[in-house]
Ligand binder design. Sequence first.
Ligand SMILES: *[C@@H]1O[C@H](CO)[C@@H](O)[C@H](O)[C@H]1NC(C)=O
Ligand SMILES: *[C@@H]1O[C@H](CO)[C@@H](O)[C@H](O)[C@H]1NC(C)=O
Ligand SMILES: *[C@@H]1O[C@H](CO)[C@@H](O)[C@H](O)[C@H]1NC(C)=O
Ligand SMILES: *[C@@H]1O[C@H](CO)[C@@H](O)[C@H](O)[C@H]1NC(C)=O
Ligand SMILES: *[C@@H]1O[C@H](CO)[C@@H](O)[C@H](O)[C@H]1NC(C)=O
Ligand SMILES: *[C@@H]1O[C@H](CO)[C@@H](O)[C@H](O)[C@H]1NC(C)=O
Ligand SMILES: *[C@@H]1O[C@H](CO)[C@@H](O)[C@H](O)[C@H]1NC(C)=O
Ligand SMILES: *[C@@H]1O[C@H](CO)[C@@H](O)[C@H](O)[C@H]1NC(C)=O
Ligand SMILES: *[C@@H]1O[C@H](CO)[C@@H](O)[C@H](O)[C@H]1NC(C)=O
Ligand SMILES: *[C@@H]1O[C@H](CO)[C@@H](O)[C@H](O)[C@H]1NC(C)=O
Length: 484
Amino acid sequence: MASQYLKSTPLLFLLLSLSSTAAGIGVNWGTAASHPLAPQKVVELLKANNIDKVKLFDADPLVLQSLSGSNIHVAVGIPNSMLRSLNSSLKAADSWVHDNLTRFVSGGASSRVLIEYVAVGDEPFLQNYGEQFHPFVVGAAANIQTSLLKANLAQRVKVVIPSSFDAFQSESLLPSKAQFRSDINKTMIELLKFLNRHQSPFFVTISPFQIYHENKNISLDFALFREKAHPRNDTHKTYKNIFDMSYDTITSALSSAGFPQVDVVIGRIGWPTDGAANATSSLAQEFTKGLIDHLHSKKTAKSSKPSEIYIFSLLDEDNRSIANGNFERHWGLFTFDGQAKYQVDISQGSRKLVNAQDVQYLSSKWCVVNNIKDLSNVTAVALQACAAADCTSVSPGGSCFNLSWPGNISYVFNNYYQQHDQNAESCDFAGLGLITTIDPSVDACRFVVGLRTSFSISVHKSEVFYWMISPLVTVFLCLLSERW
Ligand SMILES: *[C@@H]1O[C@H](CO)[C@@H](O)[C@H](O)[C@H]1NC(C)=O
Ligand SMILES: *[C@@H]1O[C@H](CO)[C@@H](O)[C@H](O)[C@H]1NC(C)=O
Ligand SMILES: *[C@@H]1O[C@H](CO)[C@@H](O)[C@H](O)[C@H]1NC(C)=O
Ligand SMILES: *[C@@H]1O[C@H](CO)[C@@H](O)[C@H](O)[C@H]1NC(C)=O
Ligand SMILES: *[C@@H]1O[C@H](CO)[C@@H](O)[C@H](O)[C@H]1NC(C)=O
Ligand SMILES: *[C@@H]1O[C@H](CO)[C@@H](O)[C@H](O)[C@H]1NC(C)=O
Ligand SMILES: *[C@@H]1O[C@H](CO)[C@@H](O)[C@H](O)[C@H]1NC(C)=O
Ligand SMILES: *[C@@H]1O[C@H](CO)[C@@H](O)[C@H](O)[C@H]1NC(C)=O
Ligand SMILES: *[C@@H]1O[C@H](CO)[C@@H](O)[C@H](O)[C@H]1NC(C)=O
Ligand SMILES: *[C@@H]1O[C@H](CO)[C@@H](O)[C@H](O)[C@H]1NC(C)=O
């Protein structure tokens, strides 16, 4: 197949696409979704789009199995909740490495997973978390490093600690004055010593969308790499976009901490498409295109280019925490079911992004408000459903915010119904719901049909099991009650 591809592809195009992968663009693949797209489909999606770097948030064996034998480079993750035990117990680190790395990394080219990084914790210094993880981070990283060495994997796999952008403080966002936040300064220096000793890169998030939202002084032009953006001056430098300013904030803080030589990887960067003002597909496209062009541009100084970046994110995840905002569930380049939201050249060259193929959906059925009923209590019913359903698209700035009442209630009903695998009872809503086969979607507001997942199949299996054994249980209980 590869030779066919070579024959039919002009040499120039090949050269262009090779040079565009050189910058090292990967994606984050999170699985905080109620019905995640099957791992095998996701890997096909990555391959079809020539994406050869992926960052995970855990070490799910099904996900790792689906990546085996592929040429995709992988960063696996260890959740913050494991930091405490990994700090205090080398044994825990040994078994983590044994269970989650050794068996995947070893083996021949047809079965091994190309794991390059272990991310110990996920943004453990985020200010919202307080200090709960601070005392364990460096110890946990050191134990994982020791375990890697024992397992003879330290040459292949690097230990990294993804940091949030709020790890830095600076006056008026000016890079020249940037330092690490004073409450983590000491820990950060320990961490940098560790990274430096093992020649591991510093993984860090850049958050242009949040910076734009939180700073009245920053314009959309400045966030989106627009030519007409009003430049901002620091002591010796003029900045034309948030990215360069953020990147220099990082390198300047590293320098002032005494580690200018540590390599920087942007572990998370992106623009959401729903759930907030200015979170739209067209602005996300402009941002992502602007970012990639900027990184490929000869005009961009080498000192302002990270060695790798990981776009956040590959897919939307309807179960991500919305503590920071409703946009948190809409970071995907692709929708939850693997359909491209906009076109951009990640690494596939001049071809369009390829969507996920043969996606298994539930039936073409939706749940809406039954208009002939007395709807005086329906808003309260919907609000309750929002505790479980994903209502972020009907929130202000969302793609379904413009639906007039009770259309927005139908949106909520449908979301709840799909999340519950189109279970008939989940469209009851005190008699106010109605199942329909007519797609209620309006313009950009999409009423989804859920994915058929192995998770829901296993629920059905256990239901079947329950129905099989429950008559036996009933008979048994009857026998018991007869005896007494
Ligand atoms: C959604 O997230 C919550 C909190 O993190 C978790 O308890 C729950 O199991 C998740 N649900 C699904 C279906 O993944
Ligand atoms: C981290 O682990 C080390 C080594 O076991 C231990 O001495 C230290 O107390 C631990 N830190 C915390 C905060 O528990
Ligand atoms: C391996 O990783 C999985 C998923 O992150 C985790 O649940 C499990 O506890 C890990 N194994 C060990 C021995 O820590
Ligand atoms: C906003 O910009 C003005 C002028 O550039 C500056 O004087 C002011 O300090 C800035 N405010 C913040 C909060 O950055
Ligand atoms: C952080 O520590 C370094 C080295 O000890 C010191 O030079 C710097 O002033 C400290 N920064 C802050 C914000 O505390
Ligand atoms: C978002 O976009 C609108 C215009 O579409 C603008 O009025 C608003 O101020 C923007 N910024 C934020 C932070 O909401
Ligand atoms: C920023 O610096 C440039 C040249 O370095 C200068 O022309 C411009 O006036 C400065 N702008 C401000 C707002 O200070
Ligand atoms: C609406 O809720 C109120 C209070 O719970 C209840 O008294 C009323 O009967 C409900 N109306 C309908 C139409 O269900
Ligand atoms: C919602 O309606 C307003 C006013 O009619 C319009 O400006 C805006 O673009 C609409 N938003 C969406 C997401 O359709
Ligand atoms: C639906 O729209 C109505 C009227 O605009 C509003 O009062 C209600 O809160 C919305 N409900 C939801 C769940 O968004």
